[in-house]
Design a protein around this ligand. Structure first.
Ligand code: SAM
Length: 173
């Protein structure tokens, strides 16, 4: 199973931090890849790449201006397209049907998402039917999708590992 995330509408100055957070959440919560679309995302992409080198795991991030090509490519390969939007069906009502699919492309927006995205999506899914953020929506969706198993994920090849502790910060290298 491959889970990819498409981050739509990145604006190079304004969204640098939030796009980085979308990528970090995708990685930490079990996705395999993020494709960032919109304006040039070079800085966000390279900061995430540095984190992957340090913290391990098989995760990639890339920039592709052409979101339509990504969506049509996913359709062609029969990957399920799940667009996260507050207007969609409730995640708790559709997540088991989504889980039945082998490969999934999860789409998150920034500002206005083109109508075509709603139409190309197999599912338009909301996390609470309230306005909030792509970072929160993605985290909760992935947690529901993986049924919490992503919390046990091992990140192979890490240069730095945290040792969970009740107080302070412990690392092993
Ligand atoms: N009107 C937008 C919408 O359709 O959800 C809110 C824009 S919000 C600033 C940016 C992105 O956050 C949206 O494109 C969507 O991917 C995600 N988002 C915000 N609230 C959400 C919710 N309740 N459920 C799922 N996704 C949400």
């Amino acid at each position: 199973m491959v889970v990819r995330v498409l981050r739509l509408g990145h604006r190079s100055e304004r969204d640098r931090r939030i796009t980085t957070h979308v990528c970090l959440v995708a990685r930490a919560f079990g996705a395999d890849e993020v494709v960032v679309s919109g304006e040039n995302a070079g800085e966000a992409v390279s900061s995430v790449e540095k984190i992957v080198l340090k913290w391990g795991g098989d995760f990639s991030v890339k920039f592709d201006k052409n979101w339509r090509k990504i969506l049509l490519g996913a359709k062609k390969k029969k990957h399920l397209i799940v667009h996260l939007t507050m207007y969609g069906e409730r995640v708790q009502d559709v997540v088991s049907a989504v889980r039945a699919s082998k490969d999934v492309l999860v789409v998150v927006g920034a500002e206005k998402v083109p109508r075509e995205v709603y139409e190309l999506a197999d599912y338009n899914v909301s996390v609470t039917s309230q306005p909030h953020s792509e970072v929160a929506a993605l985290a909760v969706f992935l947690h529901e999708f993986f049924e919490g198993k992503e919390l046990e994920k091992k990140f192979e090849g890490a240069k730095l590992k945290l040792i969970p502790s009740s107080r302070g910060k412990k690392f092993s290298e």
